[in-house]
Design a protein. Sequence first.
Length: 95
Amino acid sequence: MKHRLGHYMVAGGGQSAEIALSLRHLERDPWDDVLHTLVHEMVHQWQDQHGMPLDHGQAFRAKARAVGISARATRPANPVAQPRLAARSGNRSQP
Ligand SMILES: [Zn+2]
């Protein structure tokens, strides 16, 4: 996880869904920022739990605002909708 702050990975390949945060993010950035990243990823988890596309579209923005974080994603949606094995194959993703 060199180029992203965190990510949400859907369950797959016998593995549970997972949220990961960048160690670099934890070490370099204020905890408020890291908390924002965590909640951002939790909104993706919420999308997954409700069978929604994992993106930064209207539903994402509405939920982000509802839980008190910025609805703006600074980068495009990550490949979180892809199976875990694909996500581990070197795809870069963003929070
Ligand atoms: Zn995101």
